[in-house]
Design a protein around this ligand. Structure first.
Ligand code: WTA
Length: 659
């Protein structure tokens, strides 16, 4: 990667005066002072924050245990409960009647739940789970729509020390089954149906299908939230309705006090090889960082109406819907639907209606709404009153400067800072991001690491690279909210994140990055492994390839990403069939079949946008597929590289054409 690859952006937006005056971290001096504090006494820095911010049932005495690195432990001899910190602590502070969640359903109905009410719901559900024998360390799979009940289910697990594993409602029965089996779940919580964009989509039927695929004998009960009352299958011997389970339960529930490193959740994410990885997160360190990033990055204040548009099936929904905002006693919006229903003004309408002050979404959503606003003046953001907003956020993928500027002007009215937050499922919370009261913003840059996060750019041997030179993004010291393990696969954990080549103790993010020569600002240049980022969703190319070759028609498949104006990257698959290469209408027909096949194997988010058929794939003489060349072909560019090492250079010509 060279300096030229990153276009220099010269626009700079200093923090607005009102932020500098009131922000948790006010001005670059305050930021630098915190960074210096962390550098001078790393453990002392974190210990102080953990004592100040969390309620400990029994305080910890050891801050960081590195004796078994990279299996780090933080605050582990301390006892706490995450749900107690989110609910009871805030009620004790007098926030019982404050609205915790403003829920807006797909069709527009609004339900408001106070902290006291949420506490009662969580306790009842936690008691219900206990009545079924669920206890500390059991794993519970949650396959639910965006709903108050989804948040309640997660918090209820936390309350009794059960470890939840949320599976995004867009995943197929097969993906769900793989996760149920891998995590060893004894309970599945779901809904009869989910409602998105005016359509009712099955959830319970998919759970039944998943359980029918085998190896799920451990699942003793399926708890069903009645969302629509639609026609979902129901097996009274195994299934029970959520409303029946909670009906006679007490509204108080003694929390299970757990060690700080007790696994709060396991969330599956795509890696470069093989099956999705169960990223295991802690309780204490994770919650601490969820709270600190709410304060530092979002500068959240008691009067804020916070809206994170992510789904609880992804890490962003965990940290910035279920845990961070509630731990801070914030009022937040939870939205069931999609940004384009009933029209593409839905987000702007909801900001206006609920007077949202902080809005956090993904660049993909912004880019698709720009297109929609350009095409239909009636839903242009300038038709809505968005003056309640004071801060905007972006997450999940790089935000291109054009989209940044549109967001800044049209949504933020040129007065709201944008925090471009770089982080990952594995990091638990933000890692590199501007601070709204301190950092001058540069469109397209996530700027600087948060205090305490020792991010750096190194070469393949782990040697530091100077600013201006692109390399591998690493974090040199463990931090409290980091991934603790890959569920059931410590070896893979070590190999994926703490490779020997980098000394075995440096966290490898899997992204490339470059720092600006003058400012030291970070720009993320994209994944360095075989992970694609499609609409902010992480997809492993190997996963999609495995799904394709599982189809009886397919002999071989190679999947690469290609740049896409809306989704960031799009999936492009090169496929060799067992029979001869199809062309014309037949190729179209088979491509359609294969796309639907992948949707069934993994989920609709993994459908290739484009499928090209060849007699073969470009391979080296040792049989290795040259993905590098396929990426060039997918982009529609001419191949300029040397192809003399190819076994079959002629194949490139055939694969050049999109079908
Ligand atoms: C990418 C989502 C550029 C990156 C929270 C990372 C980003 C992957 C940004 C993690 C950003 C996330 N700028 N790239 N602000 N945020 N990414 O695990 O490639 O779903 O490794 O976590 O998304 O995706 P994940």
């Amino acid at each position: 990667m060279s300096d030229q690859e990153v276009k220099t952006e010269s626009r700079v937006f200093p923090p607005p005066a009102n932020f500098v005056a009131n922000a948790a971290i006010s001005g670059m001096d305050a930021y630098n002072a915190l960074c210096a504090e962390a550098a001078n006494d790393y453990e002392g820095f974190w210990a102080k924050l953990a004592h100040e911010n969390l309620h400990w049932h029994k305080p910890f005495t050891t801050t960081l245990d590195e004796s078994n690195a990279p299996l780090y432990k933080w605050f582990d001899d301390g006892l706490l409960n995450v749900s107690y910190n989110c609910l009871d602590v805030n009620i004790q502070k007098g926030l019982g009647d404050k609205i915790a969640i403003i829920f807006e359903a797909d069709g527009g109905e609004v339900t408001k739940v106070s902290y006291k009410e949420l506490h009662a719901k969580v306790c009842q559900f936690a008691n219900g789970l206990r009545s079924l024998g669920v206890k500390k360390d059991d794993r519970v799979v949650i396959y639910m729509p965006m709903s108050v009940e989804g948040v309640v289910a997660m918090q209820a697990c936390a309350r009794i020390g059960a470890t939840h594993s949320v599976v995004f409602g867009g995943f197929s029965a097969k993906s769900l089954q793989e996760r149920i089996v891998d995590v060893g779940a004894s309970i599945v919580i779901t809904a009869d149906e989910q409602v998105r964009g005016g359509k009712q989509l099955p959830l319970k039927a998919i759970v039944d299908e998943a359980l029918g695929l085998g190896e799920c004998e451990k699942v003793a009960k399926v708890i069903v939230y009645k969302r629509t009352g639609g026609n979902a299958p129901f097996n009274p011997a195994r299934d029970l309705w959520m409303h029946d389970l909670v009906a006679n339960q007490a509204t108080e529930c003694e929390p299970e006090w757990v060690n700080a490193d007790h696994p709060l959740f396991i969330l599956y994410t795509s890696g470069s090889t093989g099956k999705p990885k169960g990223v295991q997160h802690s309780s204490g360190g994770y919650l601490l960082w969820a709270m600190l990033t709410m304060k530092w990055t979002f500068d959240v204040k008691p009067s804020d109406i916070f809206w994170c548009t992510a789904d609880i099936g992804w890490v962003t929904g965990h940290t910035y819907i279920t845990y961070g905002p509630l731990a801070m006693g914030t009022t937040e919006i939870v939205f069931e639907g999609i940004p384009t229903y009933p029209n593409a003004g839905r987000f702007w309408d909801m900001i206006q209606k609920h007077k949202a002050t902080i809005f956090y979404t993904a660049p993909t959503a912004i880019r698709s709404l720009i297109k929609a606003a350009d095409g239909d003046a009636a839903i242009h953001p300038n038709k809505y009153d968005l003056t309640s907003l004071r801060l905007l956020g972006s997450v999940g993928e790089p935000i291109n400067p054009e989209a940044w500027m549109w967001y800044y002007r049209n949504i933020g009215g040129e007065k709201c800072p944008i925090v471009d937050t770089f982080w990952q499922t594995e990091t638990g919370g933000h890692m590199i991001t501007p601070l709204p009261g301190a950092t001058p913003l540069v469109p397209g840059s996530c700027t600087l690491p948060l205090p305490g996060i020792m991010a750096a750019i190194v070469d393949e041997t782990g040697a530091d690279l100077p600013n201006g030179q692109g390399g591998i993004l690493v974090v040199k010291r463990p931090w409290p909210s980091m991934i603790r393990n890959i569920w059931g696969d410590t070896e893979r954990f070590k190999k994926s994140y703490f490779p020997e080549e980098l000394g075995g103790k440096t966290y490898l993010a899997g992204d490339g990055a470059i720092r600006n020569k003058e400012t030291g600002y970070f720009t993320i240049t994209g994944r360095i492994d075989d992970v694609l980022n499609v609409s902010g969703h992480r997809m492993g190319t190997m996963e999609i390839e495995s799904a394709l070759v599982a189809n009886p028609l397919v002999a071989e498949a190679a999947v690469v990403g290609k740049p896409d104006d809306t989704t960031g990257e799009a999936i492009c698959a090169f496929v060799v069939l067992k029979r001869s290469r199809p062309t014309g209408d037949e190729a179209k027909q088979i491509a359609l079949e294969l796309r639907n096949w992948v949707a069934k194997e993994i989920g609709p988010i993994a459908k290739p946008k484009e499928i090209r058929f060849g007699d073969n794939l470009p391979k080296t003489r040792s049989g290795k597929i040259m993905r590098r060349l396929l990426r060039v072909l997918a982009k529609g560019e001419e191949i300029t590289q040397d192809v003399s090492t190819l076994e079959n250079p002629a194949i490139l010509e055939q694969l050049k054409q999109a079908q």
